[in-house]
Design a protein around this ligand. Sequence first.
Ligand SMILES: NC(=O)c1ccc[n+]([C@@H]2O[C@H](COP(=O)([O-])OP(=O)(O)OC[C@H]3O[C@@H](n4cnc5c(N)ncnc54)[C@H](OP(=O)(O)O)[C@@H]3O)[C@@H](O)[C@H]2O)c1
Length: 189
Amino acid sequence: MPRPRRIEGYAIVSEDGMVANAAGIMPDSLKFEADQHFFERGLDGVDVVVHGRHSYERQPRSYLRRRLILTRQVQAIAADPSNENALFWNPAGASLEQALALLGTPDGSVAVIGGTDVFGMFLDRYDVFHLSRAPDVRLPRGRPVFPEVPTRTPEEVLASHGLDRGQRQVLDPAKGLAIVSWKRSSKPD
Ligand SMILES: NC(=O)c1ccc[n+]([C@@H]2O[C@H](COP(=O)([O-])OP(=O)(O)OC[C@H]3O[C@@H](n4cnc5c(N)ncnc54)[C@H](OP(=O)(O)O)[C@@H]3O)[C@@H](O)[C@H]2O)c1
């Protein structure tokens, strides 16, 4: 079966590695124009967006994107009656490859956009993970970017799954916002 051409991850985290607060909400303190532009450009460049049921990106072109929405409310794969570009997907019942084939993009490029468990599921498959860090924001008891956080830092988790730290790019110098793209140098067969 064909495999996705490329799998990317996108997240912005607080200093303590959280993507949302204790109530499961992404607070305004994690929202930066420069990061949102980077994220939006990235999603415009892939064939399929993959996310859990609470992590829609809500951008102007979102309605055009093919997407897989993870949920345990379906056994394997089911149509989303509200969006002909989307499928509900339960990885316990069908593989990513099966879901992409049904979406009509068997070898498409994929952006994984959260939340915690969904980011964690793909740790051994990312070609690149774009990790933005919001300075001076802490979200105690929040939702971590990966299940192992905060026991380990997001960077330790990425490195332990074979990703190499890329160059730090400053997205907004005035706000101290920076992003690092972690890349896999070799891919298993
Ligand atoms: N800062 C960032 O970069 C970033 C990124 C992503 C999300 N967020 C924020 O994080 C918050 C949501 O976090 P979350 O962890 O609750 O979100 P989520 O992953 O979007 O949603 C969780 C739901 O997704 C489904 N799901 C997750 N893993 C699954 C699996 N392995 N198999 C089948 N279904 C699965 C389940 O849906 P069912 O209940 O239907 O079974 C689960 O209840 C939101 O506020 C969002 O804005 C922030």
